[in-house]
Design a protein around this ligand. Structure first.
Ligand code: PEP
Ligand code: MG
Length: 599
């Protein structure tokens, strides 16, 4: 782990724990241990723009403010629903808190005051919230009644939420933090994670979020220790408290004492030693005991991860999640901007292939720059997302394809299309690729020579129609994260059902085998880029199912390679057959563990 040996000692020396240590548990979603000062995101307001409005812009600004109020209220209602699943003592406290926040958003002095200021002072909504909050805070400060004076915290929380929703600024304040800071928040989105510079942020913990959501995936890729779904976290930590994040066991300790820090430090050093040993495998080819060569590639979601993939010895980028290009900005990126970013990555891989996935926003991966194209959906996981959005907005799709084709002039690229469910969709994308090739060729722009076009198999529909899809594309990539979610109807990012999310469910394994068989019959290259690929516990099963190309978060590659070096693929195939004959995920898990021990 790249986290903070010296940081631990330094932070503790500066801010000795003033309160007794408190333990919380959640889902350890990204291995690693970090100790450092907390930065609690829910508190306080972020810097906001201030400007005067023209007279005719006032009503539009009021409408924008009302939208932010409605969005804030709906976010709080979601939190209320989630809080009900917590143990009663925690749920009770949260209920109280969230009710108060909701109240602040309905006809309160805050809301009325902001609207009046927009109308009368003709200032933008964010600035009006700030001014109104200061005025209320001053009035509260003079109150004798400590209960009422305490209510200012609720006004602050509600104001902060309003400003975040108005500015859509996420947590930009990350840039000003001390090295080794641990981010603590109610919720951390993938877009927020994209803002976390590894040199600055030691790790993070949030009350919401599941182990297979994109925030968790990004934490793993970046090697940032993280714990999500921490019950009772909200309100328990103050900025500046020393906190320890144990992403291996899913623990969070607030104000850890010296003995706890020493224990965590010993474990952190042991993890680091193990990583150093594994790093020696970098130059070794991933060949099994019986001589079967396996290709190991990396998934990346940010250009920052490229050096990590190179250090891990990736033989290519098996999945470049292109959403980063669209996040934390107001307008979608131009073709040129995308080209420059992709060219860096393709050039950086020095001749190794880069599989660029077209836009997969929607569900938990929101990009405000696409706001005008995606309206709120009753069920975003099933809504206008990924390829559906791309086909609805041909200009966006063609700009992205053009950028990929142009980057392909600097090294081998493949185009991968997410959330395909029908042959018609991939045919439409191919048409868009052909059209863009013709256009760029006419303009004499250097481009890739016919890059392969692939389909993500990540819905049960795609897996069951794999034979048909095979005839319309050049390769498959198995997205077991979504395949598990859609097969079992379990939200991968929801901590309340995280215990039910199980890629070892017989239905998921059968769909993987079904798609793998279809690929083999059609002689189609097949890769697996879901999180299963990065867990050495499943490597024998995947090789046994016939997979020979795995793509994973960079920190996981050495461990998977080590496992492959010890495996025999004929034995692994027998193991996979046995697993597939089972009817229960629990039994499959036990057989997998027994096989690991025998190996
Ligand atoms: C998947 O669904 O398995 C996948 C690799 O894509 P993502 O995690 O980005 O949805
Ligand atoms: Mg997916």
């Amino acid at each position: 782990m790249k986290t903070e040996g010296q940081g631990v000692a330094r932070a503790v020396a500066e801010v000795p724990p003033a309160r007794p240590e408190q333990h919380f548990t959640g889902l350890g979603v990204s291995a690693g241990i970090a100790v450092g000062p907390a930065h609690v995101v829910e508190r306080g307001l972020i810097d906001v723009p201030e400007y005067r409005l023209e007279a005719d812009a006032v009503e539009t600004e009021i409408a924008r403010f009302r939208e932010a109020v409605a969005l804030s209220a709906s976010q709080i209602r979601t939190l209320q629903a989630k809080a009900e699943a917590l143990p009663e003592e925690v749920a009770g406290q949260l209920r109280h808190l969230l009710d108060a926040h909701l109240l602040m958003l309905s006809g309160s002095r805050l809301v009325r005051g902001v609207e009046a200021r927009i109308r009368e002072a003709r200032i933008n909504a964010e600035a009006a919230v700030q001014v109104q909050l200061s005025e209320i805070a001053q009035a509260f400060a003079g109150m004798e009644d400590s209960y009422l004076a305490g209510k200012i915290d609720d006004v602050r929380e509600a104001s902060a939420r309003l400003v975040r929703n108005l500015t859509r600024a996420g947590y930009q304040a990350f840039s000003g933090l001390a090295p080794g800071t641990i981010i603590i928040a109610e919720e951390i989105t993938p877009a927020d994670t994209a803002l976390m510079a590894r040199a600055r942020i030691g790790g993070f913990a949030a009350a919401l979020g599941g182990a297979e959501g994109h925030t968790a995936i990004m934490a793993r890729s970046l090697g940032l220790p993280a714990v999500l779904g921490v019950a009772g976290l909200t309100g328990a930590v103050r900025s500046g408290d020393i906190v320890a994040v144990d992403g291996v066991r899913g623990g969070l300790v607030v104000n850890p004492d010296e003995a706890t820090i020493a224990r965590l430090e010993r474990r952190r050093r042991a993890l680091e030693r193990r990583e150093r040993q594994l790093a020696r495998l970098r130059q070794v080819a991933a060949t099994s005991q019986d001589g079967v060569r396996v290709t190991l590639q990396c998934n990346i979601e940010l250009p920052d991860e490229l050096p990590l993939a190179q250090e891990a010895g990736a033989e290519g980028i098996g999945l470049l999640r292109s959403e980063f290009l669209y996040m934390n900005r107001d307008e979608p990126p131009s073709e040129d901007e995308q080209y420059v970013a992709l060219k860096e990555i393709v050039g950086g891989m020095a001749g190794a292939p880069v599989t660029v996935r077209t836009l997969d926003v929607g569900s938990d991966k929101l990009a405000y720059s696409l706001g005008e194209h995606i309206s709120p959906s009753v069920n975003p996981a099933l809504g206008l997302r990924a390829v559906r959005l791309s086909l609805r907005t041909p200009a966006l799709l063609e700009a992205q394809i053009a950028a990929i084709l142009r980057a392909g002039a600097h090294g081998p690229v493949r185009i991968l299309v997410p959330m395909i469910t029908s042959v018609d969709e991939i045919r439409q994308v191919r048409k868009a690729v052909d059209k863009t090739v013709r256009k760029l060729t006419r303009a004499r722009v250097p481009i890739a020579d016919a890059p392969p076009l692939g389909v993500m198999i990540e819905t049960p529909g795609a897996a069951l129609a794999a034979d048909a899809l095979a005839g319309a594309c050049d390769f498959f990539s198995l997205g077991t994260n979504d395949l598990t979610m859609y097969t079992l109807a379990i939200d991968r990012g929801d901590e309340q059902v995280a215990h039910l999310y199980d890629p070892l469910h017989p239905a998921v394994l059968r769909l993987i085998r079904f798609a793998a068989d279809a690929a083999r019959r059609a002689r189609l290259p097949l890769n697996l880029c879901g999180e299963l690929a990065g867990n050495p516990r499943f490597t024998a099963m995947l090789l046994g199912l016939g997979l020979r190309d795995l793509s994973m978060a960079p920190p996981h590659l050495p461990r998977v390679k080590q496992r492959i070096l010890a495996l025999d693929t004929a034995q692994a195939a027998r193991h996979a057959r046995e697993l597939l004959s089972q009817s229960e995920a629990g039994r499959i898990a036990r057989l997998i563990d027994a096989y690991q021990q025998d190996a």
